[in-house]
Design a protein around this ligand. Structure first.
Ligand code: CP
Length: 306
């Protein structure tokens, strides 16, 4: 078995706190390597990894590809919009054809919740979930929690509010699982129409008032309104949402302490955050992106080596 003791990374739900800490410690070592002139190590030189993306991505796709190349793996990329999926091929057939070309690991993004887990039951390769519909986005949660730990030294007992479209967000669910396992206090905030019923059953509370949530927290993680996943309109308008739940400099200036602002991207400037907040010293948005490469190197290394 590999160093993580898991064949696949399908979600945060089934990781233990000690597995998450092992990923963080490994990522910390890789982050030092990434800051050296020579950023490459030979750890996965015998592995071939396919990145198969059935949904759009900027950060996750580039971050995984860079992580794989920094670990010296051979890398192939598959984009559903230019593939034979368009001709009616099933997911299992597509992946089995890719695996016939001797691929060891699959990094997959897919619009259907559970797609990564399904694939793990159908094929021999190791599967890493790069986001499955509204379900989980485990490496995003790991890089978010790692970035919080880097900023505040620890996560235990820290107060984190996740703001916005909790209902449609895989980032929210994976973040909640990860932060709770590491001992943080977590609240969610946003319009009631975008908060899942019974959210308290996974150990978080709901604060409908943004200013109270910001006053309470150490960290505010703001999420994009996912219009592409909403079958009907859950908010009156983006302008209305921005007025009530968008974070502006004026709202931050009214707090009696500085807080850390996060966003997984892509940002809708002027909706969930104003541009001056996104670019301010309180925002660690680009640190999250930087840390994503080290976290993905750590996950690939721990899954891919004995
Ligand atoms: N945060 C995130 O998953 O971004 P992409 O959709 O660009 O990969």
């Amino acid at each position: 078995m590999n160093k993580l003791g898991l064949k696949h990374l399908l979600g945060i739900k089934n990781l233990s706190a000690s597995q998450i800490e092992l990923i963080f410690d490994t990522a910390q070592n890789f982050k030092q390597i990434l800051n050296r002139p020579v950023k490459k190590v030979p750890s996965l030189k015998d592995k071939t990894i396919a990145n198969i993306f059935f949904e759009n991505s900027t950060r996750t796709k580039i971050s995984f590809e860079l992580a794989e190349k920094r670990l010296s793996a051979d890398v192939v990329n598959f984009n559903s919009s230019s593939s034979s999926v368009k001709k009616g091929e099933t997911l299992t057939d597509t992946v089995n054809n890719i695996l016939a070309m001797k691929v060891d690991m699959i990094v997959m993004r897919h619009p259907s919740p559970g797609a990564a887990e399904f694939l793990s039951t159908q094929v021999e390769a190791q599967i890493i979930n790069a986001g499955d519909g509204t379900h989980e986005h485990p490496t995003q949660a790991l890089l978010d929690a790692f970035s919080i730990k880097e900023s505040l030294s620890e996560i235990k007992h820290k107060k984190i509010v996740i703001i916005g479209d909790i209902m449609h967000s895989r980032v929210a669910l994976s973040n909640i699982f990860c932060l709770k396992k590491l001992g943080a206090e977590v609240k969610v905030c946003g319009p009631a129409s975008l908060i899942p019923k019974h959210i308290e059953t996974i150990g978080v509370s709901y604060e409908p008032n943004l200013e109270k949530a910001l006053q309470w927290c150490d960290v505010a993680n703001t999420l994009r309104i996912q219009l592409e996943r909403q079958e009907k309109e859950y908010i009156a308008s983006s302008r209305n949402y921005a007025a009530q739940y968008g974070i502006s400099k004026q709202k931050l200036d009214r707090l009696d302490k500085p807080i850390i602002i996060m966003h997984p991207g892509p940002i809708n400037r002027g909706v969930e955050l104003t541009g001056d907040v996104a670019d301010s010293q309180h925002a660690i948005i680009l640190d999250q992106v930087e840390n994503g490469v080290a976290i993905r190197m750590a996950v690939l290394y721990l899954l891919g080596t004995n």
